[in-house]
Ligand binder design. Structure first.
Ligand code: 5RP
Length: 231
């Protein structure tokens, strides 16, 4: 069986070749992005001048432990390179993200970055997005109204009756770092992710969905044998 973690690490090492001294880096969230944060920490320990903009409190704590200088998103408008993981990536470099509930912050940083590189083990490569339930971050204010609007929009976009689940842990709703809720939508194959992303973004109360379309410059896939790059 493939050692997924070896693939994640290889992909992170390949992405690190894009780091230059003096860069401000967007630091993603999750087990794959954590390998990249480890490498950034090692470079900083070697005297490289690098700063990180974290996409979650977990990543912030990890980067701080390694001595990486943290830049708050409001303290800069320049992010030279953002590197993050993904739950699925298709041949057009469209993604599903948000398995770690950090999608809103991740999308803000990926969008702002001059270059956005995704790192993943090869199991994340799919022909079409949608087997992974689509995370949708919503405001807790009147969430029932937002979910009703979501059902209507999904129905209009060919996903009538798709199961929607409020993400919960130990019986309590999962709260994102920003205090929001996550709805996981089991859609199955998504033929037009860009159209769906646009439709979901138009719903008041939806803060972001986990579709990241036309945003990625490169996906680096790793496995035990090596890496492959889609760009
Ligand atoms: C967090 C994310 C992660 O990047 C995604 O879930 C992949 O995680 P991992 O690298 O642990 O497989 O989008 O919101």
């Amino acid at each position: 069986m493939m050692d997924k973690d070896a693939g994640k690490k290889r992909a992170a090492e390949e992405a690190a070749k894009h780091i230059e001294r003096g860069m401000t880096l967007g630091l993603g969230t999750g087990s794959t992005a954590a390998h990249f944060v480890d490498i950034v920490g090692a470079l900083v320990a070697d005297g490289w001048d690098l700063r990180g903009v974290p996409t979650s409190e977990a990543t912030r704590a990890h980067a701080e432990r390694l001595g990486v200088s943290i830049i708050e998103p409001n303290e800069t408008t320049i992010i030279d390179l953002a590197v993050d993981g993904a739950d699925e990536a298709d041949p057009s470099l469209n993604l599903i993200k948000g398995g770690g509930a950090a999608l809103l912050r991740e999308k803000i940083i990926a969008h702002a970055a001059k270059k956005f590189i995704v790192i993943a083990d090869k199991s994340k490569r799919v022909a079409a997005l949608g087997a992974f339930p689509l995370p949708i971050e919503i405001s807790p204010y009147s969430w029932a109204l937002t979910v009703a609007a979501l059902r209507r929009t999904l129905s209009e976009n060919g996903f009538d009756g798709a199961p929607l689940e409020l993400r919960a842990h130990d019986g309590a709703p999962v709260k994102t770092d920003g205090g929001n809720l996550i709805i996981d939508a089991r859609l199955g194959r998504i033929d037009d992710p860009a159209a769906l992303e646009k439709a979901l973004a138009a719903i008041p109360g939806v803060l972001e969905c986990g579709l990241f379309c036309a945003m990625t410059d490169m996906v680096i896939y790793g496995d035990e044998d090596g890496i492959s790059i889609a760009s």
